[in-house]
Design a protein around this ligand. Structure first.
Ligand code: NAD
Ligand code: SAH
Length: 414
């Protein structure tokens, strides 16, 4: 069962998946274990994650572990059609196409829910929203969900606060082995990969403004510095602002940064971070892009209204001419630049993130009791297990506490 753009692309997608798999030792090991233990036998899993090669490896693992899997994307622009074709050709139920409209995107989400899932794997909470708002009759059979990203957890937290959350969700994003690596090093590298390959411009010597100094912003700023940029940070959290300053970056409000920057990158999870007044102050040729969850961080609607002319410069670069004649450029329509204009995070990063997804989903599948509807941390054993597996894959050994040292650390007498 599938709804994709072009099945003839399958061989090309298969090559991408094979390369990813070669570099995903954690997921490969877990797959071998799960083929024996079949944790998802007789369970239906609905998944909404960016459909590209690394996600394909997670999909295949879930199927090999016994799941009846229904998969779709989590962003209208991040699906790679060749990968979706390879998954369809391999017998995975997939509903994902690159460049769909909002309506088609929602249709695909609904298609993965219609069979009535037992486990829901979400990246951003779109499946959770649809289930609660439009398909509540399906919630009864749900054992639980796993949420991949910061914004998804914020949305679920708000559902819990309002008393509407009806199934338990594991906060995969908040595992140490997720946000410390995926959000920081993954976003740090892949956002620049997206910008560099899309613009083909030099970064050294440019003034780069990073909005938001959370885990993603830290990674983006660090890699901007590494490429020789002069880095500016905007924040609303005073503590994060101090961190940015002590990490050696200029901290200032967006209003001031607007006049300075050559490249602007938002990573806040908030909305209206770069808006009309900033567009008016920006230099001719300024480039903007977004790395946060939704396409609302750069106020594209206002940009469209202010523009007297609009022209595509290169794939994924839209030029907007403003009154007075200056041009501003927006990458990937203001959607996540690393995924809409690149391959997303590097393979080994997604190996860790998806290993946590696989173990967390299996944890939900194998519980004999039913968890209350709430948000739950990834069990510490899983986080530590992933860390040890990753160290082993990297060929790194560490020390272990002796029982005497452990007693010393646990005690209070000197
Ligand atoms: P975070 O909570 O660690 O950081 C967000 C930061 O933005 C905070 O420090 C906050 O104070 C700041 N902020 C909020 N509103 C702001 C505003 N108006 N102006 C300036 N700063 C503001 O979150 P995170 O883990 O860094 O994630 C950030 C966003 O990126 C989320 O939407 C998340 O879902 C998304 N994300 C994207 C990718 C990707 O692949 N592109 C990966 C992981 C997370
Ligand atoms: N639904 C959102 C997606 C949030 S993107 C949207 O509207 O676009 C943020 C998440 O994407 C991160 O938490 C990260 O784990 C995930 N991600 C990054 N690169 C990826 C990749 N190559 N494949 C799959 N997921 C990826």
């Amino acid at each position: 069962m599938y709804r994709i753009n072009d099945i003839s692309l399958a061989p090309q997608g298969e090559k991408k998946i094979k390369w990813a798999k070669l570099n995903m030792p954690l997921l490969s090991d877990i797959e071998k274990e799960f083929i024996k233990t079949q944790p998802f036998r007789n369970l239906k899993v609905a998944l909404s994650v960016h459909i590209e090669a690394k996600t394909a490896c997670l999909c295949r693992l879930l199927k090999a572990a016994g799941a009846e899997l229904y998969a779709t994307g989590c962003n209208p622009l991040s699906t790679q059609d060749d990968v979706a074709a390879a998954l369809a050709a391999g017998g995975i139920n997939i509903f994902a196409r690159h460049g769909v409209s909002e309506e088609e995107y929602e249709r695909d989400l609904i298609s993965v829910l219609e069979p009535g899932p037992n486990i829901v794997i979400d990246d951003g909470g779109d499946l959770a929203e649809l289930l609660h708002r439009r398909m509540p009759e399906l919630i009864e059979s749900i054992l639980g969900g796993c949420e991949e990203t910061t914004t998804g957890i914020n949305r679920l937290r708000s559902m819990k606060r309002e008393g509407v959350l009806r199934y338990p969700v594991i906060k995969v994003n908040d595992a140490k082995c997720k946000y410390l690596f995926d959000n920081r090093y993954g976003t740090g590298q892949s956002v620049w990969d997206g910008i560099n390959r899309t613009t083909n411009l030099v970064v050294a010597g440019k003034k780069v403004v990073v909005a938001g100094y959370g885990w993603c912003g830290k990674g983006i700023a660090m890699r901007a510095k590494g490429q020789g940029a002069i880095v500016y940070v905007t924040e609303v959290d005073p503590v994060k602002a101090i961190e940015a300053a002590m990490d050696g970056f200029h901290v200032l409000p967006m209003e001031q940064a607007a006049e300075i920057g050559d490249i602007f990158i938002t990573a806040t999870g908030c909305k209206d971070v770069i808006t009309g007044p900033a567009f008016k102050k920006m230099k001719d040729g300024a480039i903007m892009c977004n790395a946060g969850h939704f396409n609302v961080e750069v106020d594209v609607e206002t940009l469209e209204k202010l523009a007297t002319e609009k022209q595509e410069q290169r794939p994924n670069i839209m030029g907007y001419k403003l009154e007075g004649g200056k041009w501003l450029y927006l990458l990937a329509q203001g959607r996540l630049v690393n995924l809409a204009s690149g391959d997303g995070h590097p393979v080994e990063i997604m190996d860790m993130s998806f290993a946590i997804q696989a173990l967390s989903a299996a944890y939900l599948a194998q519980r004999t009791d039913r968890l209350e509807p709430d948000l739950y941390p990834v069990p510490e054993e899983i986080d530590n297990d992933i860390a040890m597996r990753k160290l082993s894959a990297m060929g790194i050994s560490i020390d272990f506490l002796t029982s005497d040292q452990r007693r010393y650390l646990d005690g209070w007498l000197t």
